[in-house]
Design a protein around this ligand. Structure first.
Ligand code: FES
Length: 169
């Protein structure tokens, strides 16, 4: 992995933009990386502009690697003001263009961001994503990613996710 790429990722995650659940979202898309098991959820809020549906704001949560967090942070800034068609046409690499050329092992991290965005838009358009299952799933639920992960493990099976307080320095 190049130093320049690593430096850009570190810059992006030092102060991630639009991190967290959006309470008044119109749509949400959740995807999981089949290979690495990471997860990403993206919330979208739309507005009408000149008769078109435009992304007003976006936010995300991620249980993923640094690259996915950096890419999602950049993407949620980049897609503001884009029409749904424009956003749907963007690849993961385009959404994370500020990171520079992606190392081959990190391409899927930005694809996960692309998939979460597409899933959220398709969910809003009423095109539930049969073609994305089981890799991705969409929901209009406003639960956080953490809520859903914990709910799916009720009954003592599987994994319980608990956020730890930040370490004191
Ligand atoms: Fe899984 Fe990056 S390694 S999203």
């Amino acid at each position: 992995m190049s130093d320049a790429f690593q430096q850009k990722v570190e810059e992006a995650i030092r102060n991630p933009k639009n991190l967290g659940k959006m309470e008044d979202a119109d749509s949400v898309g959740t995807v999981g990386g089949a290979g690495c098991g990471d997860m990403l959820r993206m919330w979208l809020k739309f507005r009408d502009q000149d008769g078109k549906k435009v992304i007003d704001k976006a936010s995300f949560q991620s249980f993923g690697c640094e690259t996915a967090i950096a890419a999602a942070s950049l993407a949620t800034e980049l897609i503001r003001g884009k029409t749904t068609e424009e956003a749907m046409s963007m690849s993961g690499a385009e959404l994370a263009a500020d990171l520079g050329p992606l190392p081959p092992t990190k391409i899927h991290c930005t694809t996960m961001v692309e998939d979460a965005l597409r899933t959220a838009i398709e969910s809003h358009q009423g095109k539930a994503c049969e073609n994305l299952e089981p890799k991705s799933q969409s929901t209009r639920s406003s639960n956080s990613l953490l809520d859903n992960m914990n709910a799916s493990t009720k009954g003592g099976k599987g994994l319980k996710v608990v956020l730890l307080p930040p370490e004191e320095s």
